[in-house]
Design a protein around this ligand. Structure first.
Ligand code: SF4
Ligand code: SF4
Length: 136
């Protein structure tokens, strides 16, 4: 058995297919939803951990992609230059996973790598381009 985390990105016109239900019932994959941000008519994100034999995980990924939903494993890391940050908060506004937050009292940005799902939305949101991706 292998456990991996994935980010699913749903298009605004997603079919409404019960993807997680089918992964469990049809593929016998254990699914643990870590974070969900899905609304009708908007691009949605779902972060989930799937546990199954590697062959079954691949079949599950193929099934998800056939539903016109992007499915990317989380095997990258986000890096950011905190020494150059001006704490404008633009990145925290797009970080649906809650990895980037502004301190209520300090008004300073905090980054929690444990919560980061590497959706990459912060890369283009920062006016100073302080975010980059570490691969591997
Ligand atoms: S990639 Fe950036 S926006 Fe996405 S979860 Fe990580 S810190 Fe937040
Ligand atoms: S968008 Fe860039 S400068 Fe603004 S708080 Fe985030 S990392 Fe700092």
């Amino acid at each position: 058995m292998t456990s991996r985390r994935f980010v699913l990105t749903f298009p605004p016109d997603a079919t409404g297919e019960p993807i997680t239900y089918n992964l469990i019932k049809k593929y016998d994959i254990m699914v643990n939803i870590v974070k969900a941000d899905v609304s009708p008519g908007k691009i949605g994100h779902l972060v989930m951990e799937m546990t199954a034999p590697v062959k079954v995980l691949k079949e599950g990924m193929e099934y998800i992609k056939k539903q016109n939903v992007e499915c990317e494993p989380i095997d990258k890391k986000i890096h950011y230059r905190d020494d150059l940050c001006i704490h404008c908060g633009a990145c925290s506004a797009v970080c649906f996973a809650g990895a980037l937050t502004m301190g209520r009292q300090t008004a300073e940005l905090s980054f929690d790598p444990e919560k980061c799902v590497v959706c990459e939305l912060c890369l283009t949101s920062c006016p100073l381009r302080l975010f980059s991706i570490d691969i591997g």
